[in-house]
Design a binder for this molecule. Structure first.
Ligand code: ZN
Ligand code: ZN
Length: 348
């Protein structure tokens, strides 16, 4: 089969490789579509020590069941689905409690094994996955389904964790209307009562946010925090979802979140919010606000996101690429040129 592989840091090659073998608890999927995530750019650039084998990228997986391991119950050939990206232990206290994204086996700051980061990913014609990670999608289009596995999962998880803040009369700010942000605007609109303010540097992306249900779009700049305060009677936003996560957006979140509000860091741009234990007054952190660095989501979040999509209340703006165009798609993503999500389709 053909696979898009990282052969050394920064080098991506389309290679002919064997179709993966599966174990008794695995499925072999024929890949229908593979979403491209901003973290794939991080994986490209990290100067990690290479494995003995090159690594196939891709963790937004949608495909068809091609072969079923001998110990797997309840799956059938040709079933269509997406893959939950936390390949967690499944038996620890967190996993059993439904928090597989913070599986105890991963330790304190790492994440559970994720396809395309340790095990081979799905920028290929076939992929081996644990059968427990499979979530059926009915007849949902693969191009729409693949981004649910991370873009919708991570957005849904961050929003669900801030639901207490998002009652009637509340305001939610979404910073960064990219692959995750435009999905987050729809999830907020479909599952909460919040009025959504979208923030981005690009007019095109604010236009996308409006199509996704945002009430207003703010062009990111030096005055954005002030504009958010002006639109919220000086209180700030009840929840701020930062899908960029660089210093300037971290500062914006700190300066625009309301008392008792929720600041959720989803974008992993390395930004460092400045929060001090200081008395009231000034532009700093308000009383009672909470901050959470949000990794992925739970399997139940993915099932919910799939249900939103199959019921027609969540769609993904997609740019389609062939497998051989993966490098170009990543370059476009890095330059901020992708509208919505770039998705690879392995069929020739
Ligand atoms: Zn991702
Ligand atoms: Zn676990």
């Amino acid at each position: 089969m053909r696979a898009l592989q990282l052969t050394e840091p920064g080098v991506l090659e389309l290679r002919e490789v064997p179709i993966p073998e599966i174990g008794p608890a695995d499925l072999l999927l024929r890949v229908g579509a593979a979403g491209i995530c901003h973290s794939d750019l991080h994986v490209l650039d990290i100067p990690f020590r290479m494995r003995e084998q090159p690594l196939t990228l891709g963790h937004e997986i949608a495909g068809t069941v091609e072969a079923i391991g001998g110990a797997v119950d309840g799956r059938r050939p040709c079933e269509r689905g997406v893959v939950y990206l936390c390949w967690s232990c499944g038996v620890c206290r967190e996993c059993v409690g439904g928090n597989e994204n913070v599986c105890r086996a991963a330790g304190r700051t790492a994440m559970p094994p994720c396809p395309g980061l340790g095990p081979d990913g799905d920028m290929a014609e076939y992929i081996r996955v644990p059968a427990s990670s499979f979530v059926p999608i009915g007849d949902l289009d693969f191009l729409q389904a693949a981004p649910l596995a991370d873009a919708a999962l991570s957005s849904y998880h961050a929003i669900r964790g801030a639901r207490e803040q998002l009652g009637p009369g509340s305001v939610a700010v979404v910073i960064g209307i990219g692959g995750l942000g435009h999905v987050a605007v729809q999830i907020l609109t479909a599952t909460t009562a919040a009025r959504v303010l979208a923030v981005d540097v690009s007019a095109d992306k604010l236009e996308l946010a409006a199509r996704c249900g945002a009430a207003e779009g703010l062009t990111a700049g030096a005055d954005t925090a002030r504009e958010i305060l002006d639109r919220t009677e000086g209180r700030g936003a009840d929840a701020v979802f930062d899908f960029v996560g660089v210093d300037v957006t971290a500062r914006l979140a700190v300066e625009s979140v309301a008392p008792n509000g929720a600041y959720r860091m989803i974008g992993l741009g390395g930004g460092a919010p400045e929060i001090t234990a200081a008395p009231a007054g000034g532009p700093g952190w308000p009383w009672g606000a909470s901050i959470r660095k949000s990794y992925g989501g739970t399997k139940s979040d993915l099932i919910d996101a799939v249900a939103l999509a199959t019921s027609g209340r969540l769609w993904v703006e997609v740019e389609r690429y062939a497998l051989a165009e993966g490098r170009d798609a990543l370059d476009r993503l890095e330059r901020g040129l992708v509208t919505g999500r770039a998705v690879l389709v392995p069929e020739p």
